[in-house]
Design a protein around this ligand. Structure first.
Ligand SMILES: CC(C)(COP(=O)(O)OP(=O)(O)OC[C@H]1O[C@@H](n2cnc3c(N)ncnc32)[C@H](O)[C@@H]1OP(=O)(O)O)[C@@H](O)C(=O)NCCC(=O)NCCS
Length: 276
């Protein structure tokens, strides 16, 4: 599968027409997998239809998300328009890197079509990407609405102002909370029930800064404005209240250093998260 995802990401100009059809390799794989799925399981045709009728990767993404997020008086078509009208090539590249991250890191993942159609951690992250773009464009109400629909639909609450890099996996998704001034750099993996929050004592810039390649285990709470260093691991169930050095595992409540890694490990990519 990795081989199928290799190649240059597409360049998609800012799309206000919904007609842009520049395709990266992943979207062609998704379309082929969706067509095969519709053949095998005709009952699931309504699920894959948004993929099959879409002219571009951006449309596929927006249609799949709109089907999940519509409600509160806002219909699918309006949501789709809201999302496609704000996307650009940077967003699509991040989405492609996120798909590749899940396919390569999740041993249970059969392929990119499954990621797009079924994985709510991925869907929540993509909704955030559109909400963040709206936020940057000064459209705070639209951004908040999308974030709120995502919290309802996926049980993932990401503030639209948070800054999240690409190649990020939100595994399982449920219960993840990422605060307004949090930063998550590229190639990070975050498992269910993780909070990147404030302590409740600070205002302004008050949330964690998670550097590249970090793996954050299920249920971990990282509270406060400090760095979680590159390629470090946060053990499941930890409460982290102090900075974490690069290439370090922390565990416990409150978390303390339990291991310093060799230079070769990239925990998020290896998803070396086993509990023996
Ligand atoms: C932390 C983790 C990533 C392992 O990292 P590691 O750097 O390889 O650490 P080690 O396994 O060498 O463990 C180092 C020490 O931390 C302890 N430790 C590991 N995980 C721990 C946890 N969650 N809580 C408390 N202590 C933990 C180990 O017992 C060990 O202690 P010891 O040195 O006294 O024997 C892994 O234990 C973990 O928590 N993974 C998250 C998995 C997850 O969220 N799964 C959900 C799947 S749905």
């Amino acid at each position: 599968m990795q081989g199928k995802l290799q190649g240059k990401p597409p360049v998609v100009a800012r799309d206000t027409t919904g007609l842009i059809g520049t395709e990266g390799p992943v979207w062609a794989v998704i379309r082929a997998e969706a067509a095969a799925l519709a053949e095998r399981e005709p009952m699931l045709r309504p699920l894959v239809q948004p993929v099959l009728v879409s002219a571009s990767g951006l449309q596929m993404l927006a249609r799949v998300l709109a089907a999940r997020l519509s409600g509160g008086g806002v219909d699918r078509a309006t949501l789709e328009q809201l999302m496609t009208g704000t996307a650009d090539d940077e967003l699509l590249r991040a989405t492609e890197a996120d798909i590749a991250a899940v396919v390569t890191r999740d041993p249970a993942c059969p392929g990119p079509c499954h990621v797009l159609l079924n994985l709510k951690g991925f869907q929540a992250l993509q909704t955030y990407r559109f909400a963040h773009r709206l936020w940057q464009d000064g459209r705070q109400e639209g951004a908040r609405f999308l974030a709120s629909q995502a919290a309802l639909a996926f049980d993932v609450d990401i503030h639209p102002a948070a800054r999240i890099g690409s190649g990020v996996m939100l595994d399982h998704g449920s219960g993840i909370v990422i605060g307004e001034t949090a930063v998550v750099e590229d190639d990070v993996s975050i498992l269910q029930d993780v909070t990147l929050g404030g302590t409740g004592r600070d205002v302004g810039d008050r949330h964690p800064k998670v550097r590249r390649g970090v793996m954050i285990g299920a249920g971990a709470k990282i509270l406060g404005n400090f760095e979680v260093g590159a390629c470090s691991k946060v053990a499941a169930g930890s409460v982290v209240l102090k900075p974490v050095e690069d290439r370090t595992t922390v565990a416990g409540v409150p978390a303390t250093v339990v291991r310093v890694h060799g230079r070769a490990e990239v925990p998020a990519e290896e998803m070396s998260q086993d509990i023996s």
